[in-house]
Design a protein. Structure first.
Length: 230
């Protein structure tokens, strides 16, 4: 039996409109039906070749179905780009934290010689990024790095030390949630999440050394949230 969403889409299709507007058509479906209907809508849109404006709060729907995705916050456009561009080059800290599951790790650190001090460790920053961060007299910068860009490494001066508080084992993937040590006590605890090998994931309570990949670190202005480098 067809769902109400499918019936509504069928009625719209027979009218042969120039544009489809879909306002959260899958919000009332259960998880399994949402996945199958999502793929059907995407295939139908490609076959019909009709421009479709699709409104959703589900980032998975937006990223899997959209050719271009517009991210809004309180009605204000934050960024409009391809799903890949949103993920790899978010325009600001809001987009960086909104796109991706688990979300990008975002943390504020002090600008020092050679980079940013975070979790008791100085993470290197390109000179152009450091210059952009300090251009308006700022002494801090917000760094972002995705869970898959945060590696568990051997002990070393260029790694952050963290204690594993939770491990999510999802079959093909696993995520370790860690609390960093050695940071600024006035800023409270700093929690990060790292994607780990599910066959060799650490245990809760274990201490690990973490290092974000230098080419995958994003930097944002603390005052405006805007990306510091393109």
């Amino acid at each position: 039996m067809a769902s109400a969403s499918e019936l509504a889409m069928g009625r719209a299709i027979v009218r042969e409109p120039q544009v489809f507007l879909m306002d959260e058509p899958l919000s009332n479906l259960d998880a399994k039906l949402r996945v199958s209907t999502r793929s059907q809508i995407a295939a139908l849109q490609r076959r019909l070749g009709v421009t479709t404006v699709y409104v959703t709060h589900d980032q998975v729907e937006a990223m899997t179905m959209g050719d271009r995705v517009a991210v809004l916050n309180n009605g204000v456009l934050q960024q409009c780009a391809s799903p890949r561009a949103l993920y790899e080059q978010p325009a600001n800290a809001f987009v960086a934290g909104f796109i991706g599951s688990p979300a990008m790790n975002l943390a504020t650190g002090d600008l020092v010689d050679g980079g940013v001090r975070l979790g008791g460790t100085v993470l290197p920053l390109p000179r152009s990024t450091a210059n952009a961060a300090s251009a308006d007299g700022a002494s801090t910068v917000t760094l972002g790095f995705r869970p898959e860009a945060l590696d568990i490494v051997s002990a070393g001066q260029d790694s952050m030390i963290g204690t594993v508080t939770l491990v999510e084992e999802l079959g093909s993937d696993a995520y370790a949630y860690c609390t960093l040590t050695g940071g600024d006590p006035s800023r409270g605890e700093l929690d990060v999440v790292a994607r780990v090998d599910p066959r060799t994931c650490p245990a809760a309570g274990e201490q690990v050394h973490l290092r974000p990949r230098p080419d995958a670190i994003h930097a944002f202005s603390v005052s405006t949230g805007e990306r510091l480098t393109k």
